[in-house]
Design a protein around this ligand. Sequence first.
Ligand code: C2O
Ligand code: CU
Length: 498
Amino acid sequence: MDTKLNCALSRRAFVAGSGGFALAALVPSWPAGASAASHHTIIAAAGRVPLVGGEYPETAVWSYSGTVPGPEIRVRQGERLRATVENRLDEETTVHWHGVRVPNAMDGVPHLTQKPIAPGQTFHYEFDCPDAGTFWYHPHQRSLEQVGRGLYGPLIVEEREPVAVDRDVTWVLDDWRLRSDASISEDFGNMMDTGMAGRIGNTVTINGRLPDVFPVRASERMRLRLINAANARIFGLEFEGHQPQIIALDGQPVEPHAAEGGRVVLGPAMRADLIVDLTGAPGGRFRVIDTFYRDRAYRLVDLVYADRPLRDNLPDTPIRLPSNPLAEPDLATAQRHDVSFGGGMMGGMMGSGMRGGMGGMMDGGTMDGGMMGGMMGEMMDRMMQGMRHDGVWAVNGMSASGHVMEPMLTLSRGRTYLLALHNNTAWHHPIHLHGHSFRVVSRGGRPTRHREWQDTVLMAPDERVEIALVADNPGDWMFHCHILEHQAAGMMGVIRVA
Ligand code: C2O
Ligand code: CU
């Protein structure tokens, strides 16, 4: 396994031989400005941040209030969040509160739920947060570039009675495509990314920094909130030597369980809350590796144990979260709808999305010429048909362009629906529904073990997944792939609840 390359750039000169210094210097710095104040001002603007660090120049980004990620917003469950967003970008923007069951007018979808915020203008968002959990916020206007350049931030809704832990830590994961001077590659929305796996980058950051070590102490219990803010990269994290328990997915509590195969899989926009018991010995060092794309595994960060334990034994207090006030779907009376996702390049050729194939595109490696030619030909055809990027991807045969469209489904308020999703493509897709959480009730025809609540469900190539929900939030809601290049190229629809 390739464990050296997280960043395409080499920071070895900086890291090598710095020993204790590295431990002190490279601790990811937690977002500044985390606050429980009831009113927040968020400024979207261009800025510079030291993504790579070492001798590398700062990276020009777009950020919220000067940091990447933007300020961590914390509210208590049931409280009202008030945020004034000021747009100092040169283009329109909006803010979407991903996963929060907001009233439709606060959902941040350009033209569908609000007029986009023009440069120099502000917009005031205000809504109650009914569910405790780990959420995030990001623009919904040209999101492939706005999110891709760094506009996103964590939103934590605290339980009234949280699980007892020594530390509550948020890791916002992102994947950047950087050039050799640490600047962002400008090729947003290119055909290759659009028709295949999306914009997979070459540098993975935690909280806006290229990480090296994360200090821990023996017998510490940590709640780790993972948020995947990447445009396209799917993470499959393994914590070597540890057995984290998943206690929430997409903010919603789940029966505590170990990740299947020891790998925490997170598609774009997805979150997982873990209880990580630090069972290693003082002075120990353990890798956190990302093995989702098996042939392109890399070391994300090392957990490094202090020389002295925090205490003698791990706590054995309960780790189950109290449930959120979600309406329980009544499957007996559910109305069923089929939803098929189609389009994209290459049939089954690189099948399980990029597995083993990413290298060619990522760091200048080569891909077989004939294969590339065939792919390009097919892609060109589709691009020509659709002019630009529209028409590359579709939901139930319809390819979206822009956010305003006739609803693909109209649901009666208060009823239960079972949506039978089929990924009829050769690629993974994280499918997100606004305004609701849904239960994932089956995969491949078999009931899921935990009937997890999600707002974004990751579908493997050709996979069938059934989700169930009570349509209890009125309005027009986006239903789309959260690989932002796929969304921009048509993999999006509107579900109306009336
Ligand atoms: Cu995270 Cu439609 O968005
Ligand atoms: Cu997709």
